[in-house]
Design a protein around this ligand. Structure first.
Ligand SMILES: Cc1cc2nc3c(=O)[nH]c(=O)nc-3n(C[C@H](O)[C@H](O)[C@H](O)COP(=O)(O)O)c2cc1C
Length: 246
């Protein structure tokens, strides 16, 4: 693909790609508080997120109370023990953490703010009937995923670090969080975005090249991968601990 000339790039593209490249998953935070103004700015940016049928199926529970965050961390650690036991049943080379699970920790409780993204599946009726039947739940999930990503980039634009906490939506954790945070049964806990001040520098990450993912006009079979190639790709590129187990 021909590259655009750098000096012709719109300032908006440069600002956007700067944020896209700078945002990283940070898993260690300084315990500095997040003020009311920042909470408002994050929510104000996030509310413009696109959603299927403009249904906006979200609520954001903003958790800053240290005691609630501590309980949140305890719930997370408890479910992680079972998750790690399940992972140990997998073949060693593809196991997420290598030889043995690390001791579960919840570094995110130091983040000043936990944004728990709650979904309301009832707005599925905002979609045309066929859409509702075909892919209603998928549209709800995609919309919630969108607001999560907006929150991450909004945090990055304010110089803040963020982390995904997707175990939020696992059944056991969701029930425990409903009890802790008081949201009703008909709502779903989708994801938590932990936002705060970074206390670590992330190591470099693997990012696919443009040529790895772009197919011009038609699917390019040169880019197709066999099952064995996909497995090798997961082990070699995506498993941080793969060297320990090979
Ligand atoms: C759907 C989704 C779920 C994720 N779940 C978690 C999670 O539970 N805990 C975590 O620390 N990171 C989680 N991540 C972050 C990814 O591990 C991370 O984005 C990826 O490794 C790339 O690193 P980067 O965010 O620094 O670019 C999740 C990311 C996505 C998109």
């Amino acid at each position: 693909m021909s590259k655009p000339l750098t000096n012709q790039l719109p300032a908006e593209y440069q600002a956007l790609t700067t944020i896209l490249q700078a945002r990283r998953s940070i898993r260690k935070f300084r315990p500095d508080p997040i003020d009311d103004e920042t909470v408002r700015l994050l929510a104000d940016a996030a509310r413009f997120t696109p959603s299927a049928g403009n249904a906006q199926p979200w609520d954001l529970i903003m958790v800053r109370d240290p005691e609630t965050k501590r309980k949140f961390g305890d719930i997370y650690i408890e479910q992680l023990r079972q998750k790690n036991r399940l992972e140990m049943t997998r073949a060693a080379d593809i196991r997420f953490f290598g030889d043995e699970p690390p001791e579960p920790t919840a570094g995110f409780v130091d983040a000043g703010l936990l944004v728990v993204v709650i979904g309301d599946p009832r707005v599925i009726d905002a979609f045309p009937l066929r859409t509702k039947i075909d892919k209603g739940p998928q549209h709800i999930i995609s919309s919630l995923a969108n607001i999560v990503v907006t929150l991450h980039y909004a945090a990055a634009s304010l110089g803040l670090a963020s982390q995904y906490l997707s175990d939020t939506g696992s059944p056991e954790m969701e029930i425990m969080l409903a009890d802790l945070l008081g949201f009703p049964d008909h709502l779903r806990a989708y994801e938590t975005v932990c936002i705060g001040h970074a206390d670590m520098k992330p190591s470099s990450r693997y990012v696919k090249e443009v040529e790895d993912i772009v197919h011009l006009e038609k699917y390019n079979m040169d880019l197709a991968k066999t099952d064995a190639e996909i497995r090798r790709h997961i082990i070699e590129k995506l498993r941080p601990n793969f060297k320990k187990v090979l």
